[in-house]
Ligand binder design. Structure first.
Ligand code: GTP
Length: 598
């Protein structure tokens, strides 16, 4: 069975291909917002998002469109986060839709995220409506790009719509096509209630709010409900539809998209992908596709000023209110003092969080080199997941170290293929296969260790391809390699913040680099400072900062030999003491330079 007058869809696109601009046009054309209310990039409301030009958080919005057939349609536009780090959220948003508009920049053509988005939409059995945008640009090549898209999707080039989200040309045709081609929500007609939670937000007055799509049955104010995965029960305090603002209703019926509020204090208590059912019409079959999201990348965050520790904690707490995928717990480091071990979904998530701490909360932070989660198999047969290099068991106890591998696709003009392949090889990448999108553009499929992607891969890719290559990646399981923990010892004491896990073949080189760099940065002390790089008990590189001999006898006006001896003796004891407690003045600069990821 189908509901005729509802359309649930999303817009998917590679970054900058015009998703937000097109969404704005829809809102204007349907009168959802007036010209006056219209601000640029309405859907992107965080400053940082605007600057980076990526939509991080989804905002579903309902428009009422009177189509050329004279009927009114409720069009629910479900926005999706634009980056692979949030691919689980994207997949849940798409699961709430019946169709997707695939926007492709007619000048740029197919890019890496165009493809990954198509795969996600196909996984969710969505009707895909391809649209070539920016046809107003002189550099637009709608015929050529149209052919590629047609081939990719197995449609006729004539079926692909052309538009300019900027001028508004061709946009009404898209709305009409949505009405015709995207099916209304279907349902089986069973008596139980099932609603998919595809997103959630935190409101300081109302607590955590769930965004839902009703697949079967209905939800009403006052209903007692249950979340099938968390097994928690609540009562619905308010529900309704999402226009520019929330509008409360008494009931959300089958096929509808809206919000549900039920006195849930923390965002973490609502799991994206969970299924809501009612106590009155209970279902015991959760909607498929639910996953527990786990952080993939970890980094230590320390306040630059030790007195800022509490502020840092409060800032993290606040960020966590709106971002349940962020995890953190206190940790301490001999070198950096008290801070937090922080887990992120991926690199972009990490960068955005660190940037927000600096900008929105004004906390100066030092971040340690990010690391992935390693899967360790011990000789005893025991298995462990290690989130920080310092927690790696002794080398003698380890049978195998497995590291996360990313499946990477890189789309590039063929001129840069050689340079990119060289880069991927340096990063321990394995070419899986390559395919030509057209004679001058190729799609390279690689497997590359996640740890290698984290350093400077993206910047290097942009630089070797003069900015023309685009890439996307996803986690593709664990694989074993010859990995070792590289420690840095300063006067024989390991400095935890400097430990890293590296490939055995790179260990010597990296050890050498670090010891040389540190030698330049550590000022002379009263005693000699030995800097060593070691794997287990084996030292593989060393450097020395020579002692600076303070002339303690200068004040002794010659003469009194015994006094001079006594002073020298004292100085020697002092030396010993300082050495034994490893009290070295490590300037913060040294840490920053070594932790600098490039
Ligand atoms: P993300 O949110 O970063 O994924 O980008 P987006 O896909 O939402 O792209 P956005 O709508 O922000 O547009 C990117 C840039 O392209 C902006 O500078 C727009 O003004 C411009 N743009 C969008 N549509 C058109 C169009 O039809 N023609 C022209 N000439 N420019 C356009």
């Amino acid at each position: 069975k189908q509901i005729a007058n509802i359309r649930n869809f999303s817009i998917i696109a590679h970054i900058d291909h015009g998703k937000s601009t097109l969404a704005d046009r829809f809102l204007q054309l349907t009168g959802t917002i007036s010209e006056r209310e219209m601000q640029e990039q309405l859907l992107d409301d965080m400053d940082l998002e605007k600057e980076r030009g990526i939509t991080i958080k989804s905002h579903p919005i309902q428009m009422v469109y009177t189509a050329q057939d004279g009927q009114e349609y409720y069009m629910n536009l479900i926005d999706t986060p634009g980056h692979v780090d949030f691919s689980y959220e994207v997949s849940r948003s798409l699961a709430a839709c019946d169709g997707a508009i695939l926007v492709i920049d007619a000048a740029q053509g197919i890019e890496a995220q165009t493809l990954s988005n198509i795969y996600l939409a196909m996984d969710n059995d969505l009707t895909i409506l391809p649209v070539l945008n920016k046809v107003d640009l002189p550099s637009a090549r709608p015929e050529e790009v149209g052919m590629q898209v047609a081939e990719l999707l197995g449609v006729e080039p004539e079926e692909i719509l052309h538009c300019s989200a900027k001028t508004g040309e061709g946009v009404v045709e898209i709305l009409e096509q949505i009405v015709h081609d995207i099916p209304g929500p279907s349902y089986s007609g069973k008596t139980t209630t099932e609603a998919l939670v595809f997103d959630s937000v935190f409101d300081s007055y109302r607590g955590a709010i769930a965004y839902v799509r009703i697949f079967e049955g209905e939800l009403s104010k006052g209903d007692k409900i249950k979340f099938l995965h968390t097994n928690r029960e609540y009562e619905i305090v308010e529900l309704g539809r999402l226009g520019l603002k929330r509008t409360s209703l008494t009931t959300l019926t089958t096929g509808q998209v809206g919000y549900v509020i039920c006195n849930i204090k923390e965002l973490d208590d609502i799991k994206i992908g969970d299924t809501i059912t009612t106590i009155a019409d209970p279902s015991d079959t959760p909607i498929t596709g639910y996953k527990e999201v786990k952080p993939m990348v970890f980094s230590g965050l320390y306040p630059v000023d030790k007195g800022e520790y509490e502020n840092l904690r409060q800032a993290l707490d606040k960020l966590k209110l709106n971002d349940s995928s962020l995890t953190f717990e206190p940790e301490s480091s001999q070198a950096l003092g008290f801070g937090f071990r922080t887990g992120f979904l991926g690199l972009l998530h990490m960068e955005i969080t660190q940037e927000r701490l600096r900008r929105e909360f004004n906390v100066e932070i030092i971040t340690t080199v990010p690391n992935v989660v390693y899967h360790i198999i011990l000789k005893s047969g025991e298995e462990r997941f290690v989130e920080r290099p310092g927690d790696l068991p002794a080398p003698g106890d380890i049978e195998t170290i497995l590291e996360p591998i990313a499946k990477v696709q890189i789309i590039t003009p063929t001129d840069y293929t050689g340079a990119i392949m060289k880069l991927c090889e340096e990063k321990r990448g394995n070419l899986d296969h390559m395919e030509y999108l057209e004679t001058t553009r190729v799609n390279l499929h690689y497997h590359i260790p996640m740890a290698e992607l984290m350093l400077d891969f993206f910047d290097k890719l942009k630089s070797v391809s003069s900015g023309y290559a685009s890439m996307d990646y996803e986690f593709d399981g664990y694989s074993a390699d010859a990995l070792v923990r590289l420690d840095i010892l300063i006067n024989k004491e390991p400095v935890d913040a400097f430990s890293t896990i590296v490939h055995r073949d790179d260990a010597y080189h990296i050890g050498q680099q670090l010891t040389v760099k540190l030698k330049e940065l550590i000022p002379r002390q009263m005693f000699q400072v030995a800097i060593q790089a070691a794997i287990g008990s084996k030292v593989i590189a060393r450097s020395t900062v020579k002692a600076y001999r303070k002339d303690v006898t200068a004040k002794c006006y010659g003469g009194d030999i015994s006094r001079k001896k006594k002073l020298l003796q004292k100085q020697k004891e002092g030396k010993k003491k300082m050495k034994s407690i490893g009290k070295i003045e490590l300037p913060q600069k040294a840490f920053l330079a070594v932790l600098d990821r490039n």
